[in-house]
Design a protein around this ligand. Structure first.
Ligand code: IMP
Ligand code: ZN
Length: 348
């Protein structure tokens, strides 16, 4: 590849990619939300919800902590509140990732009950797993998809245990781990110690949103989170050198979401200031991730392209970077072998 041309977007799209940090509902495109809204409006002309193209204007990506979380609770969850919408949007999310060259995805979602429609959290999880299975069984699909269940920082300890119950119930049906997500300005994470200890004891994997904002980056919180022995950490922003050293020593995978961090102003500065610049020079498994492509509008191919542009990576370096997450996938040996073989046989 000595004389290869510089990385461009088509190259980043063709490159096989592994996505490890993508929230299902946050990955629904505006176009898909709009299609759901049109269907819902045909069924119910009195539907009291704005068109998504008005509620979430195309091109708007400057959501921050105060405006981001309400977007879900006060809008998207109200729009996608029946099983047909959940099935339709999950299929579209899978199609979108695959069309972008993603060959392996661990989607994550917070189990959601919709009492007005008689939908339990179990129904919600089972419905999504059915869509994932249908996708994985289709031989022509080049991407395989798995599910992580999220505990939200607003959950009670009992609700967190309910998420763990579901993860254990469906561990042979596609659930590979448990996450802690939600508004980082809320909650006391020590509430979930018993729940995550149960996840670990059962041999399921753990990923945690880690030090997203200064308030969730206190020594107390980070010590509690690390005591659960997580396998991967998301964001990893407000982390001092002693925690960086611990992450390196324990070889914990890091999930880095550049566009989300820049647009939501979770970091100071811009892409070239992103802490990817620090983690890329360590030996931990680094995974570039989208977080919420439906909100921040930067598909995984663009995250790789941005890394190449702002950190001066050539094609060979980008191919190497794309393989780094393989060491931290939650599924195990057979998927690891499939991914290694995909890269081995891939040539541009
Ligand atoms: P869902 O879990 O599939 O419903 O995806 C949307 C949910 O993911 C939101 O309600 C948030 O709780 C969570 N989420 C999405 N992005 C972030 C993030 O950057 N930090 C923490 N939580 C997030
Ligand atoms: Zn996230």
């Amino acid at each position: 590849m000595a004389n290869a041309p510089p990385v461009d977007l088509p190259f980043a799209r063709r490159l096989p990619k592994v996505e490890l940090h993508a929230h299902l509902t946050g990955s629904i495109s505006r176009a898909c939300l709009h299609a759901i809204w049109e269907t819902r409006r045909q069924q119910d002309p009195d539907l009291q919800l704005d068109d998504p193209l008005v509620a979430i204007p195309p091109g708007k990506v400057d959501y921050h902590v105060q405006t981001f979380f309400p977007l879900f609770s006060s809008y998207i969850y109200k729009l996608c509140d029946d099983l047909p919408s959940i099935v339709f949007s999950t299929r579209r999310v899978l199609e979108d990732f695959q069309a972008d060259g993603v060959v392996y995805v661990e989607l994550r979602t917070t189990p959601r009950a919709i009492p007005s429609r008689d939908i339990t959290k179990d129904d919600y999880v089972k419905t999504i797993l059915d869509v994932l299975r249908e996708h994985n069984e289709q031989k022509s699909n080049t991407m395989r998809a798995f599910l992580i269940l999220s505990i939200d920082r607003r959950n009670t300890a009992a609700e967190a245990q309910e998420v763990v119950d579901l993860a254990l119930k469906y561990r042979n049906g596609g659930v590979v781990g448990v996450d802690l997500c939600g508004n980082p300005a809320k909650g006391d994470v020590s509430l979930y110690t018993d729940a995550f200890n149960r996840v670990k004891a059962a041999g399921l994997k753990i990923t945690l949103h880690f030090a997203e904002i200064a308030d969730s980056g206190t020594d107390d919180e980070l010590n509690t989170l690390l005591s659960w022995q997580p396998d991967r950490l998301g964001h990893v922003i407000h982390v001092n050198s002693s925690f960086q050293e611990r992450i390196k020593k324990e070889n914990i995978g890091v999930e880095l979401c550049m566009s989300c961090n820049v647009h939501a102003k979770l970091i100071t500065g811009t892409f070239s200031d992103h802490h990817f610049g620090f983690w890329r020079d360590t030996s931990v498994p680094v995974a570039l991730c989208t977080d919420d492509v439906g909100v921040f509008c930067s598909p995984l191919s663009q995250e790789y392209y941005l890394a190449a542009t702002h950190f001066g990576l050539d094609r060979a370096q980008l191919i190497e970077l794309a393989q780094r997450p393989i060491a931290s996938i939650f599924t195990g040996a057979s998927e690891r072998r499939r991914l290694e073989s995909t890269f081995k046989h891939w040539s541009d």
